[in-house]
Ligand binder design. Structure first.
Ligand code: RB5
Length: 144
């Protein structure tokens, strides 16, 4: 992926990691659209997945980052949207392969399950890896 406008959001587990990753993305030249949450109050992760999906649908963003405690709930919610290919990643290897093979457009991370340096490496890898196309394009098309 080249330079993007990236929508970033997450639930109450996310603000600290989200701020670090937003700064990393800006430093790499991306435009960041922060859709919250930005405080410790308990909120519902599906709303934030929906917000990033809406930003992708209406063109305010080309890609996204979603964070909850595990990354699981928010990735399930994001993948309810047909135009979203959200990948929960715990390693830069997964981040690389989901871009190469799945053309994932949203990176999901668990703020309570991986460390900040691993999360940063996942972000760096995800947003610098291009989709491989070829046989993978056929499979991605089959996702609908
Ligand atoms: C919130 O406590 C937690 O359930 C949420 O962040 C996430 O881990 C859900 O999948």
């Amino acid at each position: 992926m080249g330079i993007q406008t990236i929508a970033i959001a997450g639930d109450h587990a996310s603000p600290e990691l989200k701020a670090v990753l937003a700064e990393q993305l800006r430093a790499a030249g991306h435009t960041v659209l922060d859709l919250g949450t930005n405080g410790p109050e308990s909120v519902d992760y599906p709303s934030f997945a929906d917000a990033v999906a809406a930003a992708l649908a209406d063109g305010r963003a080309n890609a996204g980052v979603l964070i909850c405690g595990t990354g699981i709930g928010i990735s399930i919610a994001a993948n309810r949207h047909r135009h979203v290919r959200a990948a929960l990643c715990h390693t830069p290897t997964e981040a690389r392969l989901t871009r190469l093979h799945n053309d994932a457009n949203v990176l999901c991370l668990g703020a309570r399950t991986i460390g900040v340096e691993v999360a940063k490496d996942c972000v760096a890898t995800f947003f610098t890896t291009e989709f491989e196309g070829g046989r993978h394009a056929r499979r991605v098309a089959m996702l609908g």
